[in-house]
Design a protein around this ligand. Structure first.
Ligand code: M6R
Length: 416
């Protein structure tokens, strides 16, 4: 992507890298070569012929990409979630996602392709669809292309914040070659995923600068809930609308989590241990996996996230009094989470429950708790995840880590 400024031009993997300096963007195509100087630039296509690529204006306010008095972009972006979620949802509960007429025509099942945090959002989307009787699977994009599954009557949904992740673009390309309809769920207008797919839904989270994805995960989950509902209403009977109606309460519920979180205090209590386990059941599994990813990527401490039912199939061997366990409860399967909590407590592990404050059984059995307001269980994953974002942030902050640019990681992973 080429950013066109005054007396300065910019080359980057995606727009957030330079949105602070210019809102004028040229999207280069595969094979393009750009010669860039401070005052001008020239683009040739893959044959070497001059290429005239339009300059587009992006509608992100430059201040949205500034730190705004916060120590880190990540913390600012966590705090922005009430606003970014409201943007994501605005008008869509009433009017839907404005998919093109062809996108859902003939669709019988859904395959999500994504990486990292976006894969965890995709897991949530697949779980939500299956809960409404629609066949849906989430695939790690890097593996999808190895043995692509059958794509007949399949909608392939690429979930990618940047829209530039090479593995996800490759999976979408393979799906396209196999005749699937492809929908991009992305944050970046004009990104490769948005340009290459048959249809696009924007998550409208605003620019995310911190390498650790935070507000975009919340916006992806909210968008995928809405998408799942639209797909389900075509493929199976329309689901009950109660969580849909509850979406309007989400921004305020996130605000409540942010205002009252005890994550900063808890984070310090569980640092420097052998490992950190994050457990969930059902739609708490993507949250557990995302919680562990966030924790490990910015603290550099070992963390694993997995379904609680898997404990006894191996990981339990690692559980000791120096393995803090974070148990995510979204309001369903509480009995199963409770038995997992007791199982690890028996081995001496301290347990922190992340749960709706109304789930008193879970909160009381755990050694400590990070609670969230009670909303519809389909939406609780967003709230419990905000607590885990804060936990990871404060832990990394105490350790003095490079929070916005963790070692070895990049915001947009444009290589396979
Ligand atoms: O831009 P994408 O959503 O396609 O990026 C995929 C992953 O690289 C990304 O989600 C990564 O895991 C996060 N930045 C981690 O916080």
């Amino acid at each position: 992507v080429l950013g066109v400024g005054a007396g300065a031009n910019y080359l980057a993997s995606d727009v957030p890298a330079f949105v602070e300096f210019t809102e004028r963007v040229v999207y280069l195509q595969d094979g393009d070569v750009a010669v860039v100087r401070p005052d001008d630039y020239a683009i040739t296509d893959r044959t070497g012929a001059p290429a005239d690529r339009p300059v587009e204006t992006i509608d992100w306010a430059p201040e949205a990409a500034e730190k705004g008095g916060y120590d880190h972009y990540m913390f600012k972006e966590i705090q922005e979630q009430p606003v970014s979620l409201a943007q994501t949802i605005e008008g869509r509960v009433e009017s839907g996602l404005d998919l093109s007429a062809e996108t859902l025509t003939g669709v019988e099942r859904v395959q999500f392709v994504a990486c990292g945090t976006s894969y965890h959002a995709a897991l949530y989307g697949a779980h939500q669809l299956r809960s409404w009787g629609v066949e849906a699977t989430a695939h790690l994009a890097s593996e999808y292309s190895v043995y692509p599954p059958p794509t007949e009557n399949v909608l392939v949904v690429g979930v990618t914040q940047s829209g530039e992740t090479a593995d996800t673009l490759e999976a979408l390309s393979v799906a396209g070659e196999r005749g699937a309809t492809r929908l991009a769920v992305t944050n970046v207008v004009g990104s490769s995923a948005a340009r290459d797919c048959d249809d696009t839904v924007f998550i409208r989270a605003g620019p995310e600068i911190g390498v650790a994805a935070t507000k975009t995960f919340s916006s992806q989950v909210a968008t995928l809930y809405l998408l799942a509902r639209e797909v389900a209403s075509v493929v199976t009977d329309p689901p009950a609308a109660d969580a849909l109606n509850g979406m309007a309460e989400l921004p305020e519920a996130v605000e409540t989590v942010l205002d009252g979180s005890r994550a900063a205090r808890l984070a310090d209590a569980y640092l420097g241990e052998d490992g950190h386990f994050f457990l969930g059941r059902g739609n708490g599994v993507p949250v557990a996996m995302e919680g562990a990813l966030k924790f490990k990527e910015i603290t550099y401490e070992h963390a694993e996230g997995f379904p609680a039912g898997e404990l006894k199939h191996g990981p339990l061997a690692l559980v000791t009094e120096t393995t803090p366990v974070f148990a995510v409860c979204t309001g369903r399967d509480a009995g199963k989470i409770e038995s997992a909590i007791r199982e690890v407590q028996t081995r001496g592990a301290p347990v922190v429950a992340i749960a709706p404050r109304t789930m008193t059984d879970i909160v009381e059995v755990a050694d400590d708790a990070l609670t969230v307001p009670a909303v519809h269980p389909d939406l609780t994953p967003i709230l419990t995840n905000v607590q885990l974002q804060l936990l990871a942030y404060h832990a990394a902050s105490s350790l003095g880590r490079s929070i916005d640019k963790p070692r070895n990681l990049a915001k947009s992973v444009t290589v396979e």
